[in-house]
Design a binder for this molecule. Structure first.
Ligand code: ZN
Length: 465
């Protein structure tokens, strides 16, 4: 009976851990490595195990760094069931097909530029379809038996719709161990979603530590900031551009706009959700209101259909998207991609960035090297679709909307375990994990930072790092 740490040990992406009980093997997540030059190469590498010998997968949520290599696992021989909750199951086709699309286009792009015969993409739409057929839906807070000797229960993690923490009760040779894998944890009191489940007991906790060394801006300050951007743009007479991820962030922004509709004077605005993927994701969010908090349920009840905004236009086609270009004032445009390195936000930038009366509202992390980062850093010249642009629109970075809990949230989540079980910190950069380690140790717990390939024997509870 043991757990082996593979991806996301000592880093933030590529979550993947393997649990072995009574000769059976279960995989916790199978995520893609994201960011960094060598990510594509690392994602193509062989798995450090034989996919055909994995008996089952439990998936915590639909973010690509947790589910993105599932189609590759299937392509390389995995045939077992993949357990996840209903909302995650509904989001998966959207995210996995998008990833397959990107992978296939990237291969074609490289072939065009390098004049080389096309290499194989990471996986294709067919691999995604075969993966989706393996999904088995589990209800929250309900016991299942995915494999002999393993009992499974998923709990809300409050991170994105359909995110879960995973509880495994493992039994072998008369010894039982309860293992809790946090998955990604959300902020407490975040818009729309329920808070993360309060666990009470475990023998071992596997916990994310993404923001283990940071505190987010407060909710009240964040809302005040959004209100201020809208007020300033109203006065300047321009448009607001909001680059946003299609799943999670777009819905959160729409929800906040609905919640503060009168207060922020939104009646005079045209709001555009300019992303077919975000529109689909919003429908899925709308359909799973059983996972909403009290406030969101209340707001949803006062609207008949998805948008929760009377003046929202859903732009599906490219033609509809281009039509927005003629709106010169009081348009609030939400479009992908979240880091501005592609997608429809680019043509809105072409039409608005060189106008001083326009404003850009950045609501998420912008990785170095992306256009979003260049705008945040105030670069005087950027290139969009090969065209040189001098951005003069005002760029605002609205903090506090992270889908991840901060240090205080993580400590609050762990604090509910009354018996202070030992912790393995995964899914965090070194600095974040180390800072959180000290904080949790101060609560009286034993904390490990497993390296990739480390094994923890669940019977003796010893780690070979
Ligand atoms: Zn996540």
């Amino acid at each position: 009976m043991q757990i082996e740490f593979f991806g996301a040990a000592g880093e933030v992406t590529g979550s993947c851990h393997i649990v072995r009980v009574g000769g059976r093997t279960l995989l916790l997540d199978c995520g893609m490595v994201q960011g960094g030059r060598d990510a594509p190469r690392r994602n193509l590498q062989p798995f450090p195990f034989d996919p055909a010998r994995i008996d089952a997968v439990v998936l915590s949520h639909a973010h690509i760094d947790h589910c993105g290599r599932l189609p590759l696992l299937v392509k390389r021989g995995f045939r077992g069931p993949i357990y996840t909750n209903a909302a995650c199951r509904d989001l998966l086709p959207l995210l996995l097909h998008d990833t397959a699309d990107l992978a296939e286009r990237e291969v074609q792009r490289r072939a065009r530029h390098g004049g080389m015969p096309p290499e194989e993409p990471l996986f294709t739409a067919d691999d995604v379809e075969r993966t989706l057929k393996l999904l088995r839906t589990v209800r929250y807070d309900t016991h299942y038996a995915p494999l002999p000797g393993i009992s499974l229960r998923v709990r809300d993690a409050g991170h994105i719709l359909g995110s879960s923490s995973v509880e495994l009760e493992c039994s072998e040779a008369g010894i039982s161990r309860r293992l809790v894998f946090s998955g990604d944890l959300g902020q407490y009191d975040s818009p729309i979603l329920l808070d993360a489940h309060r666990f009470e007991a475990a023998d071992l906790v596997l916990m994310e530590s993404t923001y283990g060394d940071r505190l987010h801006r407060s909710r009240a300050d964040t809302l005040a900031e959004i209100g201020e951007v809208i007020r300033a743009t109203d006065q300047d007479g321009g448009n607001i551009l909001v680059p946003a991820f299609a799943v999670g962030r777009s819905q959160e922004i729409l929800y906040l706009l609905g919640q503060h509709f009168e207060e922020w004077g939104l009646r005079d605005w045209q709001i555009f959700l300019d992303s077919p993927m975000a529109i689909e994701a919003s429908k899925i969010y709308w359909a799973h209101s059983d996972r909403y908090d009290e406030e969101a349920r209340h707001l949803r009840a006062s609207f008949e259909s998805m948008p929760m905004l009377p003046n929202l236009t859903l732009s599906r086609t490219a033609l509809q998207s281009r039509a927005i270009n003629s709106v010169r004032s009081h348009a609030l445009i939400i479009a992908g991609s979240g880091m501005c390195n592609g997608g429809r936000i680019l043509h809105h930038f072409l039409h608005n960035l060189e106008r001083p009366e326009c404003h850009v509202m950045i609501t998420g992390f912008q990785a170095p090297g992306t256009l979003g980062r260049a705008l945040v850093d105030g670069e005087p010249h950027v290139h969009i679709h090969g065209q040189p642009i001098r951005p003069v629109a005002k760029v605002h970075t609205v903090g506090g909307l992270s889908a991840h809990g901060d240090q205080a949230d993580l400590l609050r989540w762990y604090g509910s375990f009354a018996d202070r079980p030992p912790v393995c910190l995964v899914h965090g950069e070194w600095q974040a994990a180390h800072t959180l380690k000290q904080k949790i140790k101060a609560l009286g717990a034993k904390v490990h930072l497993p390296r990739p390939g480390a094994r923890l024997d669940l019977a003796s509870m010893t780690l070979s790092n």
